[in-house]
Structures are given as C-alpha cells and as structure tokens.
Design a protein around this ligand. Structure first.
Ligand SMILES: N[C@@H](CCC(=O)N[C@@H](CS)C(=O)NCC(=O)O)C(=O)O
Length: 211
C-alpha cells in the first residue's frame, strides 16, 4: 500500500507552498497545522516535531521513511506525484531550465528581503534585530530584486514555460508574502498573483489553514 503523505505547516508561511502544491496534485494527503512557538504535541519547538525538523521550522513533508524540510524540494517531490497535468517541466528541456532559474531566483534573491524583514522584526532574539535594516536596506533590496523578476518574467503568463507549474505556486505565495509585509509591489505582479490564486487548489489550501 502506498504510504500516506503528511505535510506539517502553519498558516500562510512558506509551508503554504507545500499545502497549495499538494492540492494541485490531486493526491491524498494529511495536513497538520503546528503551533510555531509551542513545545507540546503540535508545537514546532517540541521534541516530537524537532525529530522531524531539527530547526522547528515549517514546512516538513513525511512520506513513509522520507522526510523533506525545504519548501521548494517538497514542491518538486509533489510534482512527481501529480495525477493530472504535469506541474514540473521534464529534465533537459528549455522549459525545465526556465523553471529551475525562476525557482532558484525566488529562493536566493526575491524572498531574501522578506525573510530578512521577518528576522529583524520578530524571528531573531531582540538584541540581534536592527531597525535600520528594515527601514532603509530592505525596501531598496526588494525593489532591485523585483525589477530583475519583472525582466525574468517578461510577457509570460506563467512563472516558467506556458502552463501552470510549481514555480507559480512558489512565486504567487512569495508575492502574497511581500504584500503581507507591506513591500511596494508592481501592478503586473499583483495581477499575475491574482490570476494564480483564483485556482480552486489555492482556495482549498486556504480553507485548510483556517480549520
Ligand atoms: N528554507 C526553508 C525555510 C523554512 C522557514 O524558515 N520557515 C519559517 C516559516 S516561513 C519558519 O518555520 N520559521 C520558524 C522559525 O524560524 O523558528 C523553506 O523554504 O522551507
């Protein structure tokens, strides 16, 4: 019997990428919402969860003996399970190169000012937070990265190739995150994001975070 996939997450944090991606695949899975600061059974800082994810972070995906703790790796793994149309271009194609380029750009560049803001506003111990980084450095860094993203996207309707892929999950969730953190977003990215989050899988995923 195939093992049941379990995804651990919290709200619309980066774990939402995994939850939305799982909804896109049409597979059966269980979603468990953890409590970020909690140390009990469902707490991300508890010893039980830390056996899966030593940093007490989300998302984590468990499939039998397999444990994956990086959101983009989870998206790619889930893409291999998709029951419907392909959600990741095939190896060795130009579309796959564009997909990889977009995913790595999001992780190493576009999301960095967002996570740095999170660290300097609430995640780091107070003595390590630097207010100037949030007020001065990050708006500049974000604007620079957004300009590069707009060039990378060009006139494409999707993040990579000419159909919806996991790169769209990654990009649309990250744009949502930027908006939640009050970064100034280009209209083109907002309308791209609006098209992506109109998908039924997004709505189903969102509902699961509200239970
Ligand atoms: N590179 C990881 C980052 C995971 C991560 O930092 N998740 C955040 C939520 S967005 C978290 O769990 N933070 C809790 C903490 O830092 O204690 C990924 O993309 O999955």
């Amino acid at each position: 019997m195939a093992s049941q996939i379990t995804i651990y997450g919290m709200g619309q944090s980066r774990s939402f990428r995994a939850l939305w991606a799982a909804e896109e695949t049409g597979i059966d899975f269980t979603y468990i919402q953890v409590d970020f600061k909690g140390t009990g059974e469902n707490g991300a800082q508890g010893s039980q969860y830390k056996q899966l994810n030593i940093q007490g972070k989300v998302p984590t995906l468990v499939d039998g003996d397999l444990v994956i703790r990086e959101s983009a790796a989870i998206l790619n793994y889930l893409a291999t399970k998709a029951k419907g149309p392909s959600l990741m271009p095939a190896d060795g194609t130009a579309a796959r190169a564009a997909y990889d380029e977009m995913c790595f750009f999001i992780l190493s560049d576009f999301e960095q000012p967002l996570w740095t803001q999170g660290k300097h506003k609430f995640a780091l111990p107070e003595q390590y937070r630097v207010a100037d980084v949030v007020e001065k450095t990050l708006p500049f860094e974000f604007a620079k990265s957004q300009a590069a993203l707009l060039v990378l996207l060009g006139d494409r309707q999707y993040a990579a190739g000419d159909s919806f892929t996991m790169a769209d999950v990654l990009l649309a969730q990250t744009i949502n995150w930027a908006q939640r953190f009050n970064f100034e977003l280009d209209e083109k990215l907002i309308s791209y994001r609006d098209r992506m989050i109109a998908r039924d899988a997004f709505t189903r995923a969102l509902k699961q975070t509200e239970q």
